[in-house]
Design a protein around this ligand. Structure first.
Ligand code: SF4
Ligand code: SF4
Length: 221
């Protein structure tokens, strides 16, 4: 089943088969197994940081993200880079024995893991503090399973609308930082303090009908 979970106003598309992921993207050839498609290194935008700045728990998470040795702090985002078994990847590329797939060009993903994924458990961040990329991503295999459902278009449409809103919010926050001559690189603390003072806008994500995958697709993606 695919459905919408809303965590403190933040929408998340949930596919119940993710816990038994058998999608190509879910293959891990590095030491961190059972990590689903969490090979991704999330980019926390100003809106994500503003959300964290509005609660004690969020502030605690923000601090740990910014203190990660692999995190890159840019003017208007924090890029949390994770694990990469580069040596394993080089050997794999030289082996001539690559995973047979047309859908994935960059095979380095099989050797990567997000800093927040726990093997066999999933993401250690609450959905309300994850990026929209993490919250609304569905892999090709899942999309194939649900694309003929009558509610599929609504899922795609509402995702696009929401992403446009997130981009708009980020542009507005960037403008406010410009006006105050602040950014995350020059003054992380001051920027977070200002984001804390700006009222948090909430997006009213519609409750979409769950999509139930038929028996013909009984295996997890
Ligand atoms: S979205 Fe797809 S690749 Fe990611 S965990 Fe779920 S089934 Fe696996
Ligand atoms: S932040 Fe969470 S959901 Fe996003 S890639 Fe990392 S572990 Fe996965």
């Amino acid at each position: 089943m695919v459905y919408v979970n809303v965590d403190h106003g933040i929408p998340q598309y949930v596919y119940t088969g993710c816990k038994n992921c058998t999608s190509i993207m879910g293959i891990s050839l590095c030491s961190i197994k059972n990590r689903g498609c969490c090979y991704y290194y999330p980019r926390f935008t100003l809106l994500d940081i503003q959300r964290m700045a509005h609660s004690l728990k969020g502030l605690h998470i923000l601090k740990s993200i910014s203190k990660l040795p692999s995190s890159e702090i840019h003017s208007f985002e924090i890029h949390a880079k994770g694990y990469f078994d580069e040596e394993g990847y080089m050997k794999y590329m030289e082996s001539g024995n690559k995973i047979d797939t047309d859908s994935i060009r960059d095979h380095s993903i099989f050797f990567k893991a997000c800093p927040f994924v726990k093997s066999g458990y999933g993401c250690s961040l609450p959905p309300r503090y994850r990026t929209y990329v993490c919250n609304l991503f569905l892999c090709n295999e899942v999309m194939e399973k649900i694309k003929s459902d009558r509610n599929f278009e609504a899922y795609m449409r509402e995702r696009e609308r929401y992403v446009r809103w997130v981009e708009w919010e980020n542009t507005s926050l960037r403008e406010i930082l410009f006006e105050n001559d602040l950014d995350l690189v020059r003054d992380l603390e001051g920027t977070v303090k200002l984001l804390q003072e700006i009222p948090l806008n909430i997006y009213d994500f519609p409750q979409l009908q769950p999509i139930v995958i038929s028996q013909g697709f009984s295996r997890g993606a």
